[in-house]
Design a protein around this ligand. Structure first.
Ligand code: GLN
Length: 426
């Protein structure tokens, strides 16, 4: 009864081969049987699906009419408790408004079935900081699904929804998409309205879609942003490789570049230089932690802070320290501008930049991650976040049965180009 992508499903729904209620109930049963722990809460999917079926019978329009999707549990949904994966918000009052992006999905007729598990307050790269337990990677259950939008990526991969929303501040859509073998877009900053989402760092946070195919991702992005995206020819494009990234390519993910050279044989590869890019981590953590500390402070009184996990406590402490020493943030802002201009210059010399999405594959829950590995785990994804550029992760190679994504990023509003290139890896 299941179809693989949204376009197929929509055809089946419109030709009445299947109803949204049937598809939704089927998915809800699958979720019940699943031991991946992708969801923190389920919503009134059945009722939404019945409504969608009525619309299919009458008006029949809506880009996502009757399609079951999931949202990350840092986005508000009327009547649900938004936990951000934290014990601090477990018993918070139910939402009285929808997140704007969620509203867009509803307006397009989507059936929003549930809220996905995530690293606490979106701080993490493994989903292991969630107060609601680990999410297992559907490709290999002994491994993490990535984070912080890990529940969303794992749910899409496991067929527990057709698409899911994630949020990405430094890589949280792209890295779990790479780990789980799905397609994830961090859109151009500001093109999707994030009001009604809990902010981690509002200067970098961006909501975006996670899907099984590039076409589904494009459709979701069009719904969420209201933009029409056209695909274009990719022949002869200039593909940039950042020289300074090279020292971070592990043997595990090096194959991504080789594969790209094969797949994009009719493009021109060129080396570009961004000498300061290794400091993206510094900019991200100084500016990000200051905003996170300010954002989490009003959520509970000091006593409540005991309910926070260690990662969040640590980052708040760092943020509070930075707030008291403003010269550090001033310096970080200067470095941020340098990185932005280096990327601007690089993107004049090429049309897009590619890299592995992350320096490693999904690791085991028991992996002993060394400090350096943790610090640099977002090295390829943070620069586009800092500069507000769109970046797409598409499954590219497998290493020992584990997926590895390629990240393609470009100038602002270049999503059409990213999708066009991304499709070539499918
Ligand atoms: N892994 C990064 C972090 O822990 C990214 C988080 C995010 O994008 N929300 O900060």
């Amino acid at each position: 009864m299941n179809s693989n992508n949204i376009a197929q499903l929509k055809q089946m729904l419109l030709s009445r081969v299947v109803s949204s209620e049937e598809i939704t109930l089927d998915i809800l049963r699958k979720i019940e049987r699943s031991d991946l722990n992708c969801f923190i809460a389920l919503l009134n999917g059945k009722e939404q699906a019945i409504e969608a079926d009525k619309k299919i019978a009458s008006v029949g329009t809506g880009k996502l009419l009757g399609v079951p999707v999931a949202i990350k549990d840092n986005m508000r949904f009327i009547g649900s408790v938004t936990t951000c994966g934290s014990a601090l918000l477990r018993d918070a009052a139910p939402d009285t408004v929808d997140c704007e992006a969620v509203k867009r999905l509803r307006d397009a007729g989507a059936v929003i079935i549930g809220k996905t598990n995530m690293d606490e307050f979106a701080m993490g790269s493994s989903n292991m900081t969630s107060a609601f337990g680990y999410v297992h990677n559907p490709v290999d259950k002994t491994r993490v699904c990535g984070g912080s939008s890990g529940g969303s990526a794992a749910a899409v991969k496991a067929g527990l929804c057709y698409a899911a929303l994630g949020s990405d501040t430094g890589g949280s859509i792209r890295q779990p998409s790479s780990y789980c073998g799905v397609v994830g877009l961090k859109p151009t900053y500001g093109t999707i309205d994030g009001s009604g989402m809990y902010a981690l760092s509002q200067d970098m946070d961006q909501i975006g879609p996670i899907t099984r195919t590039v076409d589904d991702n494009k459709l979701m992005y069009e719904v969420l942003s209201g933009r029409e995206i056209s695909l274009s020819s990719t022949s002869g494009l200039r593909i940039g490789l950042i020289k300074e990234f090279e020292s971070f390519y592990s043997p595990q993910v090096m194959g991504v570049i080789n594969r790209a050279r094969e797949v994009l044989g009719n493009c021109n590869f060129t080396e570009v230089s961004c000498p300061t890019i290794g400091l993206a981590y510094y900019v991200y953590s100084v500016l990000g932690n200051i905003q996170s500390a300010n954002n989490i402070r009003p959520l509970g009184d000091v006593a409540d802070r005991n309910k926070l996990g260690n990662e969040v406590k640590k980052r708040i402490l760092i943020g509070e320290y930075m707030i008291k020493h403003p010269q550090i943030a001033e310096r970080a802002k200067e470095v941020k501008q340098i990185i932005i201009s280096e990327l601007d210059k690089a993107l004049c010399e090429c049309d897009v930049i590619i890299s592995p999405t992350a320096p490693s594959c999904a690791f085991e829950f028991t992996a002993d991650k060394k400090r350096k590995e943790i610090v640099y785990s977002d090295i390829f994804t943070q620069p586009a976040s800092i500069a507000g550029l769109p970046a797409l992760s598409v499954p590219c190679i497998e290493v020992g049965g584990l997926p590895v994504g390629i990240q393609i990023f470009g100038a602002k509003y270049s999503e059409g180009l990213l999708f066009s290139l991304g499709k070539r890896f499918e």
